[in-house]
Ligand binder design. Sequence first.
Ligand code: SAH
Ligand code: SF4
Length: 437
Amino acid sequence: MNFYDSDRMKDLLKPHGYQLDDNEDDADLIVLNTCHIREKAVEKTYSELGRIRDKINIRKEKTGKKSIVAVAGCVAQAEGKEIMKRSPWVDIVVGPQSYQNLPELISKVDPIKKNKNINIDFPTIPKFDHLKTNIEERGRSAFLTIQEGCDKFCTFCVVPYTRGSEYSRPLSSIMDEARKLIDVGVREITLLGQNVNAWNSNGLDNKTWGLGKLIDELAKIKELKFIRYTTSHPLDMDIELIKSHRDNKKLMPYLHLPAQSGSDYVLKMMNRKHTAKEYLKIIETVRYYNPKIAISGDFIVGFPGETDKDHNSTLSLIKQVNYAQAYSFKYSKRPGTPGSVFLNQVSEDTKNYRLFEVQELLRSQQLSFNKKTINSNMEVLVLKKGKKKNQYLGRSPFNQSVYFSHKNENLIGSIINLNITEAFQNSLTGNIVFNFQ
Ligand code: SAH
Ligand code: SF4
């Protein structure tokens, strides 16, 4: 979502004379977009700000020019004042729901008076209504945020506090942005939301539409070839969306559905509002409609009160699902969340060991999922050149990175039929069978 927001900031600032520069050394404006989901991400923000201070000081000495520094995103939202105090070289702090105001905030920065601008409001008019600027280059695969915020209040999570309450963008605004993306050459769209499958809006027939219907409508855009979505919540998996995985050929066979834990006790303490059995039932239904679908997920180890038995239940759930790929994290105490004051916090050593066990199991499942694709043929969207000579990188329908070689200089954006020859932990390699685009 931060990648998406950064792109939108770039589009927003273009009419004001700003252009993206790979090099910070001589930048007039440096925007640091930040994430607050785990503690590590906050630490990274402060260390990056230290690095930025050195860069802007060198520039000022050399050229006499003072760069404007803005901190955006969820750390800005949660720790705005603290950032200004700890890093006085920061001029602007702007939250994820108010970055549409960046041009105005920039214009108010006065280097002599050293005034500071903080804007961390949750505006009543959604930011998307202000983001009507043209879309610039996005490569072949682009993100499109359709839903933001969350009302579920899992006890470990900061999202409801930093991104605000649940909001679905209207259908017309999404369709409009999708067409703009197609016009700049995009062929694959990943729909984004903190709980993307909670998306709902008034449909063309004046009835309430869910994500399944939205995907069907997007699929009517001829030039759009691949559709993905992330992240889903188990409670919002409806049958219409599940059936789309059988019926809609443009919807990729990949579902990211976080479980967090396999223990009903931990799930309850996390306020996930479903049991392990209910999660497994959803996976079973999804596989009934699309037996080939790749299942992914998220896990947290070491949530307060998690015992060895709870941890074993997580390992058992992972074995039952057999994931194609998944993310796992050590529980990180987030200030202001109920989990941070729960008693029975788990020791760092135990968290480390449990994370190791979960990741070992997930890694072995991922490798065997990848290996099963050897000798099969699959359609791959070519995204960019690889590091080696004549090498290209694409993405498989199951969200795997696929490398292949070809002398043709112009394959980026093509859809290639590849025969998979080798499988590794995080990627596949293949040979072109037939280029039909
Ligand atoms: N809305 C999605 C997840 C969004 S947050 C859902 O409910 O499933 C992305 C992931 O970050 C979560 O799935 C969780 O695994 C992880 N995460 C969030 N807060 C965390 C915390 N305090 N400590 C460790 N991991 C966390
Ligand atoms: Fe966070 Fe997801 Fe829970 Fe919402 S549903 S509070 S985003 S983990």
